[in-house]
Structures are given as structure tokens and as C-alpha cells.
Design a binder for this molecule. Structure first.
Ligand code: NAD
Length: 334
């Protein structure tokens, strides 16, 4: 049923925000005034691979840009506000990271955000087509499972879709898994390597704990559930003040840095990301992928799954396919 990939997952040691080569990359953050957007922009301002950082939002970006521009790193920062400045914010970007949209409140699941966020992602994808069609587009906005297909369909309509350049950011699921395993095993979370596959909501999140290095020393099932529900853990703790922002900014900066390292010619840059693929019957699916000068260089496919993980995959696929269809239908009707 599924393409099995025998390749050993050779995750590189995490070098989150550093590189050996010099570069000249322009990055645009859409939603840069938000709970995620601000710390994400801060982390990107510290990234030596970024030379120009453009901050776009419907409010607040002149202030955030002025603030960040006083940091003594070499990149320059510029703020862009409102739809009339979106094109200028995107012009010539190498990487665009999108966290524009509404976050969850207690009692909501990610799918409840669809009505607010679908149109936002559609319009940004449309502007990407027109202003930076070769950019790597990486989406944080939820529901990731559905808005990534929306972006794909919009880019396709405009004749600029390249599946190697569109990424749904599921990195937070990997980051959380590493944190929980590391602290659970009493080892440095940075030393933990684990693939998390599928999508980015509830049962579609599949941490492949059988492939974790080191192996998790405690019970697998409660940890699997905790990783799947970790976003809700934060939503509840924030009690109405939004969802994960700081950990998400860290995860988004990690993925953006990996995209830039790939563009910069570094080899063996591997991240899990939600991309178009034929690995399963779901058109979009997160697997470990090799990043390079053109974005996605190689999809490493499914890691080896044990019986429990195969069962999780069977549970995830119908939900994921439903989420994807919703996005495709939205663009067809738009
Ligand atoms: P937030 O409300 O703090 O920030 C969102 C920002 O988007 C705001 O500054 C707002 O002004 C801006 N915005 C709204 N409409 C816009 C538009 N049309 N164009 C540009 N900017 C616009 O929310 P947040 O906590 O930063 O979360 C942002 C999104 O990220 C939410 O959809 C949330 O669910 C999602 N999220 C994803 C993950 C993940 O793992 N992928 C994790 C956490 C949150």
C-alpha cells in the first residue's frame, strides 16, 4: 500500500541557526506582527544567512521593523503594512514564511480556523505567484493540512506551482517530540532524532517513536497521544490568549534556516515537512525530505513503521484526505 523506503534516516545534528558559508538571501515573513511573527522575525534577524528581512502584516509592521533594525546584525529589515504593500514585501524573496491568520482559542480545533485563514493564505499565495514565483513558500498558518493544498491550487491556477517549493511547517511536532523524549530519558533533547510524519492536527500527527534515537525509555502510547495533543496543551494553558507562539517561532526559524542552508548549497539538510507527494494515497503528506538549491531535492518517504504506527497511519489517512479535499474544493469555488 505504501512506498517503503529502506534508506536509513540520517538526520544531521541540528545546527539550528548557523552555517559555514556566506550568502545573500531575502526572507519575507507574512503575519510578522503576530504572536509567532514577532519572535520568528527576531530569530531570522539573528540568522547570518539572511541579508534582507521583509516584515509584512496588516498592522504593526513599521514598529516591529524599526525595533528589529536596531539589532546589530548585518541584515537589513523593512516593514510593509496592508494589502497594497504586500507585493513590495514579497518582491524578489527567496523564502516566504507565512504565519498570517487567526490562532485557536480553548475548545477549537485547527479545522475551526478554516473560515478565517483560508482566504488569507489564498491571497498571499496569489501575491507570491506574481512577485516571487521562484520563492520557497513555507506555511505555518493553520489548518496546515488544508491551507497548504489551497496555496498549491492557487499557484497552479497562476501557472507558477512547483511542488518542490511549497512546504507545510510541521517542525513543531518534531521539536516537541525531541523535547519530550529528551526530558523523559534525561538526555539532551538536541541529541534526539525522530521523524514525525503525516499532517499537523490530532490523529494526523504520527510520531515514529520506533525510529527514535535514542529509544524512548517509557510507555509509547501516552507519549504518542501527548505529541498529537501538544498544541491543545498550550492552548488550554494560555486560557484564551492564543496558541503556541514561542516554540512555533523556534520551529519556524529552524525550518527557514534549513531551507536557506539548502539554497546555499549545503548538502544533507533533512527536515520533516508537509509536501505534495506520492508516498501515500494522501496528496500531501509530511515525511523527511532532503532540502537543496531548488527546495525539495528528494523525498525520503516513509520511515520503517511498526504495527502500532501502521495503525496510526490507517487512522490518519481518511482525516488527512478530507482536510486536503476541503482546501482543493475551496479554491475551485473561489
Ligand atoms: P496572532 O493572531 O498572534 O498573529 C497573526 C498575525 O496575522 C497578526 O499579526 C495579524 O495582524 C496577522 N494577519 C491577519 N490577517 C492577515 C492578512 N490578511 N495578511 C497578513 N497578516 C495578517 O496568531 P499567531 O499565534 O501568531 O498564530 C498564527 C497562525 O499560526 C495561526 O493560524 C495558528 O493557528 C498557526 N499556528 C501554527 C502552528 C504550526 O505548527 N504550524 C503552531 C502554532 C500556531
Amino acid at each position: 500500500m505504501f512506498k517503503q523506503v529502506s534508506k536509513q534516516l540520517a538526520f544531521q545534528a541540528t545546527r539550528n541557526f548557523s552555517t559555514s558559508k556566506q550568502s545573500n538571501f531575502k526572507v519575507t515573513v507574512c503575519g510578522a506582527n503576530g504572536g509567532i511573527g514577532q519572535p520568528l522575525s527576531l530569530l531570522l534577524k539573528l540568522n547570518p544567512l539572511v541579508t534582507q528581512l521583509n516584515l509584512y502584516d496588516i498592522v504593526g509592521t513599521p514598529g516591529v521593523a524599526a525595533d528589529l533594525s536596531h539589532i546589530d546584525t548585518s541584515s537589513t529589515t523593512q516593514g510593509f503594512k496592508g494589502p497594497e504593500e504586500l507585493g513590495a514585501a514579497l518582491k524578489g524573496a527567496d523564502v516566504v514564511v507565512v504565519s498570517a491568520g487567526v490562532p485557536r482559542k480553548p475548545g477549537m480545533d485547527r479545522d475551526d480556523l478554516f473560515n478565517m485563514n483560508a482566504g488569507i493564505v489564498r491571497d498571499i499565495a496569489d501575491a507570491v505567484s506574481k512577485n516571487c514565483p521562484k520563492a520557497l513558500l513555507a506555511i505555518i498558518t493553520n489548518p496546515v493540512n488544508t491551507v497548504v493544498p489551497i496555496a498549491a491550487e492557487v499557484l497552479k491556477k497562476n501557472g507558477t506551482y512547483d511542488p518542490k517549493r511549497l512546504f507545510g511547517i510541521t517542525t513543531l511536532d518534531v521539536v516537541r517530540s525531541r523535547a519530550f523524549i529528551g526530558h523523559g530519558n534525561n538526555v539532551d533533547p538536541q541529541s534526539v532524532e525522530i521523524p514525525v510524519i503525516g499532517g499537523h492536527s490530532g490523529v494526523t500527527i504520527i510520531p515514529v517513536l520506533s525510529q527514535s534515537q535514542p529509544k524512548y525509555s517509557k510507555e509509547i502510547e501516552p507519549l504518542t497521544k501527548r505529541i498529537q495533543d501538544a498544541g491543545t496543551e498550550v492552548v488550554k494553558a494560555k486560557a484564551g490568549a492564543g496558541s503556541a507562539t514561542l516554540s512555533m517561532a523556534y520551529a519556524g526559524a529552524r525550518l527557514a534556516n534549513s531551507l536557506l542552508r539548502g539554497l546555499n548549497g549545503e548538502r544533507n539538510v533533512i527536515e520533516c515537512s508537509y509536501v505534495e507527494s506520492t508516498v501515500t494515497e494522501a496528496r500531501f503528506f509530511s515525511t523527511p525530505v532532503v532540502l537543496g538549491k531548488n527546495g525539495l531535492e528528494e523525498n525520503l518517504g516513509l520511515p520503517k513503521l511498526n504495527d502500532y504506527e501502521k495503525k496510526l497511519l490507517v487512522e490518519a489517512l481518511p482525516e488527512l484526505q478530507k482536510n486536503i479535499k476541503k482546501g482543493v474544493d475551496f479554491v475551485a469555488k473561489s
